[in-house]
Design a protein around this ligand. Structure first.
Ligand code: SAH
Length: 232
């Protein structure tokens, strides 16, 4: 999969994309992430990329010319499944959306900054608008890093244990059960006996029950209708 990210501050991605799972996905050639600085597509001598908002009001607006030039140039070489704009008023990012997006070949992600981008970019170039939550960030970079991470970890071959992503929270609309590792007794705080029992069938059952219990307590709205919560 190829993910092209357009930003005014591409350095912001350095840390997020050069460690751990994303780093491995890039090294294995499973994900190619390219960063583009929108400023490079500004024609003016001063490389201006933002201007005052028509009609007044506080905050600068990212201009249409550099962004449209950049997107059009990239589109000459790559056909994108989606041209995404990170935006607080977009669709809320959730696991199913990430699952579906992970099936894409090529994605373009545009990060806004300041007061946002000229609305005409959204009307004419953007195919999808995604928010990572009901709060406002200073820029789309952190949001794009979140979106990229949640997609890339789902690509086949990225996680060592292929089943690992499937047992995470939100897959099956259930939260993950609690997890433990050694030591089995720390200051008298013990790991549940069942996990040390070696009885695989009972362990699977316990984990499923814990998932349902946890979901019921913390996120009851997620519970699938076919689960009889009164049974637990
Ligand atoms: N004036 C805008 C906010 C601009 S914040 C408004 O009130 O809706 C600057 C940029 O940060 C946006 O262009 C967007 O790309 C990004 N951003 C801010 N909050 C975000 C969120 N919750 N999800 C995704 N992107 C966000």
């Amino acid at each position: 999969m190829k993910i092209d990210i357009l930003s005014l501050f591409p350095e912001m991605f350095d840390g997020a994309f050069s460690h751990s799972i994303i780093k491995r996905a890039k090294e294995k050639g499973l994900a190619e992430i390219r960063l583009f600085n929108i400023r490079d597509w500004s024609a003016g001598k001063h490389k201006t990329v933002d201007d005052y908002a028509f009609g007044g009001g506080a905050g600068m607006v990212m201009m249409i010319e550099p962004i449209s030039r950049c997107i059009e140039e990239l589109r000459e070489k790559t056909v994108y499944d989606e041209v995404i704009y990170m935006s607080p008023d977009g669709e809320l990012l959730e696991q199913n959306m990430a699952n579906r997006l992970s099936l894409s070949q090529n994605l373009l992600i545009l990060c806004g900054h300041y007061k946002g981008i000229d609305e005409r970019i959204r009307e004419h170039f953007i195919t999808r608008e995604i928010s990572i939550g009901d709060y406002v960030l200073s820029g789309g970079e952190l949001a794009a890093a979140v979106l990229t991470d949640t997609i890339v970890r789902l690509l086949p071959g990225v996680l060592n244990d292929e089943t690992s992503a499937l047992s995470d929270s939100f897959q099956n609309n259930l939260l993950s059960p609690p997890v433990y590792t050694r030591p089995s007794d720390f200051r008298g705080w013990k790991v549940p006996d069942i996990l040390l029992s070696g009885n695989d069938r009972e362990i699977v059952k316990w984990k499923h029950e814990q998932s349902i219990l946890r979901t019921k307590l913390r996120r009851p709205g997620l519970l699938p209708s076919d689960i009889l919560i009164s049974d637990i």
